[in-house]
Design a protein around this ligand. Structure first.
Ligand code: PHE
Length: 343
């Protein structure tokens, strides 16, 4: 009797420690303990040897033992089912991966980078400066004293008066900052965002982007200006493109010229973009005014220089035929997605 109780206790320990990591092991457990020739049955068979007065108490123990084994079997079976199910839910190696949409550079960044890389190859360095400027760097140093009528050409957002702080209207302010700190030779381009108080339409916006350039050294001539800008245009738009210079006026350059290129949209046949002239203006330029050089202590008898400024939006319009300036800042994915292939 005593021995049988000890045996049952041992079996119970064994059952408690039993583990199964697959269905075969669960089945092996069932056969060993609950099968027709299993241990539970064989222990039950001992009942006949138990004295009558102990049969009731012993029957209770045997019953508990049977339940204990059955319980464990259910637990093992459930754990296998659960793990099979969770594997099925989490990993299906046959499914296609979730697509990761590839972003794209903004068209203005693409074009700005192209402009910068062309001028870098000519030995120009890149300078950037603040978008909030003082009056001196944006206007005064550029030979636009207060009350100068040419200030009207660039309708300005003022942040404060006396002292005047404003949103820069051109990146010439960065050229001023370069001349402040650097002695000639200077060869620099200044890309960046500029602001003007214009009514927003397809052709005008209250902010846009420029790349301005400055080249100061001994013996720099208008021929250098023309050749540099001609090289730029050919690199940007191809060898076929034609250029022309028109006399113009800027307070910071003398003489000044605007440069047009042959219209790429209509092949110079006449369209809305070139206003049926076959030519599109792309930049302003000129020889740096001696007054500007002197403002920074640069000897204008020894040094000369040229400067130019172009709008990135205009270059981008000609390159990618974007006919509404507002598209650049509306964040419309249908527009932006079209530049995925460009770099
Ligand atoms: N700063 C001028 C503008 O914003 C462009 C320019 C730069 C013209 C340099 C001539 C020389 O309109």
């Amino acid at each position: 009797m005593e021995q049988l109780l000890q045996q049952i206790e041992l079996y119970k320990q064994e059952i408690a420690a039993a583990e199964a990591t697959n269905a075969d092991m669960v089945e092996a457990f069932r056969i060993k303990y609950l099968g027709t020739k299993g241990l539970v049955k064989s222990v039950m068979g001992e009942m006949k040897n138990v004295p009558n007065d102990q049969k009731k108490a012993f029957g209770q123990i045997l019953n508990d033992f049977k339940l204990f084994a059955e319980n464990k079997f259910e637990i093992l079976k459930q754990s296998i089912d659960d793990s099979q199910q969770s594997t099925a839910n989490s990993i299906d190696l046959s499914l296609p991966g979730s697509p990761v949409s590839v972003g794209t550079r903004h068209p203005l960044s693409i074009v700005r980078n192209q402009i910068v890389s062309i001028f870098k190859r000519l030995g120009f360095a890149v300078s950037e400066g603040p978008e909030i400027e003082d009056d001196w760097h944006n206007f005064g140093a550029m030979n636009l004293p207060e009350d100068h009528p040419a200030r009207d050409m660039q309708d300005t957002f003022y942040i404060s008066q006396n002292p005047a702080w404003l949103l820069r209207t051109h990146t010439s302010s960065v050229q001023a900052r370069v001349m402040e700190h650097q002695k000639p030779p200077i060869r620099v381009i200044c890309p960046g965002r500029v602001y003007r108080n214009e009514t927003i339409s397809a052709r005008a916006h209250c902010f846009f982007h420029q790349v301005e350039g400055l080249y100061i050294d001994e013996n720099v001539s208008f021929a250098d200006l023309k050749q540099t800008l001609y090289f730029f245009v050919q690199e940007m738009f191809g060898k076929e493109v034609k250029v022309r210079f028109r006399p113009s006026y800027f307070p910071f350059t003398e003489p000044s010229a605007e440069m047009d290129i042959s219209c790429l949209i209509c092949d110079s046949k006449g369209c809305n973009v070139c206003k049926h002239t076959g030519w599109v203006e792309i930049l302003g330029s000129g020889m740096v005014h001696p007054k500007v050089l002197e403002n920074f202590g640069i000897d204008s008898n020894k040094y000369t220089g040229f400067a130019f400024g172009m709008g990135v939006e205009r270059i981008c319009q000609l390159k990618y035929q974007v006919n509404d300036l507002r598209l650049y800042s509306q964040n419309d994915v249908r527009f932006l997605k079209q530049f995925t292939g460009a770099i």
